[in-house]
Structure formats: C-alpha cells, structure tokens
Design a protein around this ligand. Structure first.
Ligand SMILES: Cc1cc2nc3c(=O)[nH]c(=O)nc-3n(C[C@H](O)[C@H](O)[C@H](O)COP(=O)(O)O)c2cc1C
Length: 171
C-alpha cells in the first residue's frame, strides 16, 4: 500500500475482536516505531512495552473508565504498545512529542497491514497512581508511561472521515 493511502486509512477503532495480530505483523509495526524521529537523537530516552497478556491488560484497564465505551480504555484490543520515556527536566515535553511520533508510526504501519488501532492516553494518569501495576510492566529505571497504541481487528467495519485542521497558508 502507498504511504499516503495508509495515512488516509488510519482511524480510531473502539471495539476490537479477541483475535491476536500475527507476530510478523507486530515485528513490522515495531520496526516502524523504531524509525520514528526522536528529539536530540536520544533513543535511550524512550522505551516500548508490548502487552499481550490478557490478565495484565484487564488489570490495567480496570483502573480506568472507558468513557462511554463499555469495553474499557483498551476497547478489547488484544495488543497494547505502551510508550514510556525518561522525563527530562530541561526539555519537559520532549518525551511526549517523541511518544506521539512513535505512536503515529505504529498506527500508520498498522493501517498498512490492515490492522486497526487507536491512540491511547486517557488511561495513563490512573496507571501512574498504581505502583503494583507499574512494577508488573518492568520498565527500566526512571521511565514513565506516556502514551500507547491499541492494536487488533475491528469487531465491525466502522465508517470514518477525517475532519481536518484549521489551515492558514501564507505566501
Ligand atoms: C494525544 C492523543 C491522545 C488520545 N487519547 C485517546 C484515548 O485515551 N482514548 C481514545 O479512545 N482515543 C484517544 N485518542 C484518539 C482521538 O480521539 C482520535 O484520534 C480523534 O478523535 C480523531 O479520530 P481518528 O483517529 O478516527 O481520525 C487520542 C489521540 C491523540 C492524538
């Protein structure tokens, strides 16, 4: 698939089947994640955690409401890729920008592979208040969860459209 097609096709899915994604697809998605730009080339300031253990996913999901969605914050996705970073006092927000670049690469690669996805941030504040769950994630020292991508197959094909941002062109 062409890159622009994959970008256009990416949209948020909020109801996933149980079916797991293939290991080869996950490898390609992680390869794309690792191609993301990173501020100051600080690759060692970011860490990816692939969570496919249903019990752990349920435990983390249980700490957070899924808004109007009954399936919780992961919407039943069988794979969640958590992006963590070493927060940097000098460039406070740079790791959030890094995480967004990584997650976007994951979402676009998934779209290319006909895997559905959704960017996840909402569950993170609750996760940060649960040391026992953070311990199970075995993050390297000093790393904080920042964002995540849920991956899987949509329970149903959903219509979607991209609304677009405000735009000013100055020539
Ligand atoms: C930084 C960020 C955080 C987001 N957090 C969540 C979230 O926690 N849960 C969720 O269902 N969607 C989340 N989204 C997805 C957005 O709601 C979604 O991308 C937006 O409504 C546009 O729809 P689309 O992805 O279908 O194009 C997040 C998106 C971004 C960029």
């Amino acid at each position: 698939m062409e890159t622009l097609q994959a970008i256009s096709k990416r949209h948020s899915t909020r109801d996933f089947k149980n079916d797991q994604i293939a290991g080869e697809d996950l490898d390609l998605i992680l390869k794309a994640a690792n191609c993301a730009p990173v501020g100051m080339g600080a690759y060692d300031s970011m860490h990816l955690t692939v969570i496919q253990n249903p019990e752990l996913l349920a435990e983390i999901a249980g700490t957070s409401q899924g808004g109007p969605h009954s399936k919780g914050p992961f919407y039943g996705a069988p794979t969640v890729v958590l992006v963590s970073g070493k927060l940097n006092a000098r460039f406070e927000n740079i790791q959030f920008a890094n995480a967004a670049c990584i997650v976007e690469n994951i979402l676009i690669a998934a779209a290319d592979l006909d895997i559905q996805s959704v960017y996840l941030w909402g569950f993170i504040p609750n996760l940060l208040t649960r040391p026992e769950l953070l311990e199970k994630l075995a993050l390297p020292d000093g790393f904080t969860p920042l964002s995540a991508a849920a991956l899987g197959y949509a329970a149903e094909e959903e219509p979607y459209s991209h609304k677009g941002f405000g735009l000013t062109i100055i020539k």
